[in-house]
Design a binder for this molecule. Structure first.
Ligand SMILES: [Fe+2]
Ligand SMILES: [Fe+2]
Length: 486
């Protein structure tokens, strides 16, 4: 060991042994999976009560700084803000319970209030109270939260603007009428260009109400011209604010508006394009199911556009193994022939999970992802279950069920029924009216008995309306030869 080379050899061997031992004891690391998420799509959870308290304080501060600070005004502001907040919370608890549980919705609700009051202050201070964009915020709340909230925002924000202008009744009525008209048109907005129409409508309503107050003697000629000009200018201001803020709020708070749905329904969308090219049979089935689902959602006054787009995307998980699904098999070679029933079942079941994963990768909205995940509920795949029974009589049907969850909304239930009905009616050799009617009735009854609608608020009346709508749509699609009995 006295030899320096011996010493060096000893130390090298010692270090190598240590290093190899370390490598052997270290656990193998799983591969790093990077999700294609950007900064905007990260979830930030803020407790509801913190959002509400912060909003009330922010609005109060803006009120107090905007008005002369005396104890009467401050108390008035406290009563107005407290009444509005209490009214909102009570209303949301009785009519929109789900909204209060949705963190994104609560933060958005509060943010809409804060930005609105800030803009009212700026408008009042530097231009005129008549350019306060109440309609813009009422319309955005109607589209991003719910139409009922739109009306609540219209009333609250109009009273805020009136309060900030020393309780002027004319301003309250002008703002209220303009915003109610804007909210009333929220459901028919189909493109971003429609926001210009909202601005024009708002401007027209403001002009009419201001003229009415002039005739009642509330303004002299100079005031009338001034108010008329700014009331009409409000329309342009409203259009600009919606065009700027809507896309931002849609992205930041994952809200699915009609506009977003129409963008998703575009067949130039990369995911739908892939469906057309890689799984044409599934694409055709999805388009048929979309027609059926849209009509059915219409008859129960639910979101027909969401039903259509949900049906377009419901089977995108089949893109992973398109040839294993009957609608994409062009030759007589069935790839399931060489597989065990359990294996075939696994491939079929996995299209739901694959669909959800694919939709997340392509940044499809959460409402569509929910429909994809729920479109088979916990139904069973009878074909492969019966094949498996022939091989082993003790096989459990629970192993041949989709993992769920069951549909949680009426639209998801409609997509489920439309999907099964389209697939089943496509297999009828001679699709007569009677056969289509029997098939659809059987599908709905079986799903109902199987408890597939137990998690969604669908009623028997809805199911009856959906049944007759689906039957008539499918009869229309297949141009059937109706059996006439003497
Ligand atoms: Fe499916
Ligand atoms: Fe399907």
């Amino acid at each position: 060991m006295n030899n320096p080379f011996e010493k060096l050899k000893f130390w090298i061997t010692f270090v190598l042994i240590k290093f190899v031992r370390k490598l052997r004891t270290e656990r193998p690391k799983s591969p790093v999976v990077r999700e294609p998420k950007n900064l905007l799509s990260k979830e930030i959870k803020i407790p509801t009560f913190i959002s509400l308290i912060f909003t009330v304080i922010a609005i109060y501060c803006m009120f107090v700084t905007g008005l002369a600070v005396n104890y009467k005004t401050m108390l008035g502001a406290v009563i107005l803000i407290a009444t509005s907040a209490a009214f909102f919370i009570l209303y949301a608890r009785s009519k929109e319970k789900m909204m209060l549980k949705d963190n994104d919705a609560v933060v958005l609700m509060c943010l809409l209030f804060i930005i609105a009051v800030l803009m009212f202050q700026i408008s009042r201070e530097y231009i005129s109270a008549f350019v306060s964009p109440v309609s813009a915020f009422a319309l955005m709340s109607a589209m991003l939260l719910s139409p009922r909230f739109g009306i609540l925002y219209a009333v609250s924000l109009s009273s805020f603007v009136a309060f900030l202008n020393f309780m002027r009744f004319d301003i309250f009525i002008v703002m209220l009428c303009g915003s109610v008209v804007a909210v009333a048109g929220a459901q028919s907005i189909r493109s971003r260009a429609d926001f210009i129409n909202t601005g024009i409508k708002t401007a027209a309503v403001h002009a009419i109400i201001i003229t009415m107050f002039y005739f009642f003697g509330s303004y002299n000629v100079t005031e009338f011209k001034h108010n008329l000009f700014y009331g009409a200018l409000n329309g342009a201001f409203v259009s600009i604010i919606i065009l700027v803020f809507m896309p931002l709020f849609e992205k930041l708070f994952s809200r699915t508006t009609n506009i977003k749905l129409l963008e998703l329904s575009d067949f130039n969308n990369p995911l739908l394009k892939r469906l057309i090219l890689e799984a044409p049979g599934t694409y055709h089935h999805s388009v048929m199911a979309a027609d059926i689902a849209e009509q059915a959602a219409n008859v129960i006054n639910d979101n027909s556009l969401l039903a259509r787009v949900g049906a377009y995307y419901h089977d995108i998980g089949k893109l992973k193994n398109p040839q294993y699904f009957i609608e994409n098999q062009v030759s007589d070679n069935n790839p399931h022939d060489g597989l065990s029933p359990t294996m075939s079942n696994l491939i079929l079941v996995s299209h739901v999970k694959d669909g959800v994963t694919l939709a997340k990768q392509y940044n499809v909205d959460s409402e569509i992802i929910n429909i994809i995940g729920q479109h088979h509920g916990t139904t069973s795949i009878h074909t492969f279950y019966h094949r498996a029974l022939e091989e082993s009589p003790n096989i459990d049907i629970e192993n041949f069920r989709y993992p769920g969850p069951k549909p949680a909304t009426k639209v998801a239930a409609i997509v489920m029924i439309a999907d099964s009905s389209e697939a089943a009616c496509r297999c009828i050799e001679e699709p007569t009216a009677t056969r289509i009617k029997d098939t659809v009735e059987k599908i709905i009854n079986n799903k109902f008995i199987d408890g597939q609608f137990s998690d969604c608020p669908i009623t028997l009346k809805d199911l009856e309306a959906i049944r007759s709508s689906i039957i008539s749509t499918i009869i229309g699609i297949y141009h059937i030869r109706i059996e006439y009995k003497e």
